[in-house]
Design a protein around this ligand. Structure first.
Ligand code: B12
Length: 421
């Protein structure tokens, strides 16, 4: 063998049979996340998740049989669910966009798919027009700018042009600082907007790009500025999308090394267990972005991914902690209840216990891609239509996870407050 063309490190690796330990650790972490995501397909209780499908399709390693079976479920169950929402006039921009991206990532012919008798891309364009009209009349989309961006990205990735009016509404929202989540800058939304506009820039270069360039520069600056000392961009759950956006916008992988390391630390700590969180992080760790689906060929793919061993059930210690739950409804009156709960139980289980044990506390949830979303407390509903939600905080700090994922590890006060956004 001629070693002349190999670098010093590569020669050493060949001679000793060792790989670069940093690179192989990175590959192992990716593989562990990939397997977790694959395992989530076994959950048949909820609707098939198009974001999970998208991430699996963007991966280097595949389990083609399981992915094909999941695609069948998307085309049957999710498809029907979206049709039913469309019939009821419920907004579905984000879900429809993720479905369109998942289909493209599987090289499915979109033109042959109809929703309630109309081509899927036509339905998505209609949703975008409704969103655009809503921005014109009420200065905000029906859903939010995250979903508005996702819709634009999905159309673009499928080669469909959006009108300049639709595009300019996003450009203006970026200029006017409208990308918010719980009152703060939403790194997730900025990232999605960046990917959508970058896709337009790459796919339709002949269109006037002056405003587009300015908006892209703003997004990039804000994403870079969102970097915390520990390398996260925003928080643990926005870093993956932010890295994807920066890579899509031309940043080098080396520019993102601190954020990549922050995500690796999170993987080791087990921060990403919610399939939705994994699905937004895994592509970034593999240096992929949602823009890659534009050119996916689905040919000669690796088929080596197998399910890992099932994670052992969590052993709940026989220990209780005191939990205070404060509810602040719209009229700002406040009530606080105290309940002993098992250490390590989820906030969802703690609230169920509170509801069971104390007569004047009730709550309801709605399913979402991230899990149960707290929608009704003591009979009072928080709605997208009146721009309110039940915000969650612990001892004054806003929770970065929902009721199912947040675990009660110590005595604390959880505040559930009806909040306008
Ligand atoms: C917009 C948004 C909101 C809006 C949603 C309403 C609206 N119309 O705008 C509002 C402000 C209400 C909101 C609230 C919260 N959010 Co939020 N939200 C988002 C955002 C930016 C986009 C969601 C979206 O539209 N997805 C697209 C559609 C297709 O998916 P979907 O699942 O159908 O969308 C619905 C659900 O996601 C639901 N939703 C929104 N946030 C959350 C959070 C949780 C935990 C759950 C279960 C559901 C949920 O509202 C969406 C619209 O109906 C995401 C960013 C992201 N990376 O996903 C964060 C995000 C999902 N939110 C997050 C968090 C932490 C929250 C809160 C828990 C904050 C808090 N401390 O109170 C609360 C939820 C509390 C509750 N009542 O259960 C985290 C979740 C991380 C995690 N590991 O769980 C994310 C990832 C942001 C982040 N990087 O921290 N959110």
């Amino acid at each position: 063998m001629n070693f002349a063309f190999l670098t010093g490190c590569a020669v050493l690796a060949l001679v000793t049979g060792n790989q670069d330990p940093v690179a192989s650790d990175h590959e192992e972490l990716i593989l562990s996340l990939n397997k977790k995501l694959l395992r989530s397909l076994e959950d048949k209780d909820s609707l098939p998740n198009p974001s999970v499908h998208l991430a699996l399709r963007l991966s280097t390693h595949h389990n083609l049989v399981m992915e094909a079976a999941h695609l069948v479920r998307l085309k049957a169950d999710l498809h029907k669910d979206i049709e039913s929402s469309l019939t009821k006039g419920q907004p579905v921009t984000g879900l429809l966009a993720l479905y369109a991206l998942a289909l493209r990532a599987s090289c499915s012919e979109l033109s042959s798919l109809t929703l309630n008798g109309e081509p899927l891309t036509v339905q998505l364009k209609k949703q975008m027009d409704l969103e655009k009209e809503h921005i014109t009349n009420s200065l905000r989309p029906v859903t939010n700018y995250y979903q508005y961006s996702l819709g634009m990205l999905a159309l673009c990735a499928n080669g469909v042009r959006v009108s300049s009016h639709v595009r300019n509404k996003l450009v203006r929202a970026i200029e006017q600082d409208k990308m918010k989540h719980s009152g703060c800058e939403s790194v997730d939304t900025l990232a999605m907007a960046g990917m959508a506009l970058q896709c337009l820039k790459d796919s339709f270069p002949e269109e006037d790009g002056t405003q587009l360039e300015g908006a892209l520069r703003t997004v990039k600056k804000k994403l870079v500025d969102s970097r915390r000392p520990d390398g996260h961009l925003g928080n643990e759950f926005s870093t993956g999308l932010a890295v994807q956006a920066l890579l899509a916008m031309g940043s080098q992988v080396s520019d993102c090394s601190a954020s990549m390391e922050a995500m690796r630390v999170d993987v080791r700590k087990g921060t990403y267990h919610n399939p939705m969180g994994i699905s937004q992080t895994l592509p970034a760790l593999q240096r992929k972005t949602y823009l890659h689906v534009k050119t996916t060929q689905c040919r000669e793919e690796d088929d080596s991914l197998v399910l890992g061993t099932k994670p052992p059930g969590v052993v709940v210690p026989d220990e209780t902690v005191s939990l205070q739950v404060e509810v602040i409804p719209a009229d700002a009156s406040s009530t606080t209840k105290t309940q002993d709960v098992t250490k390590g139980s989820s906030l969802h289980d703690a609230l169920k216990l509170l509801q069971e044990k104390q007569s004047d506390f009730t709550f309801e949830t709605e399913p979402s891609l991230w899990g149960p979303f707290l929608s009704v407390v003591n009979g009072e509903r928080a709605r997208q239509s009146d721009r309110s939600y039940w915000s969650l905080s612990s001892d004054g700090t806003s929770l970065s996870q929902g009721i199912q994922d947040y675990k009660i590890e110590k005595a604390q006060k959880i505040t559930i407050k009806k909040t306008k956004y």
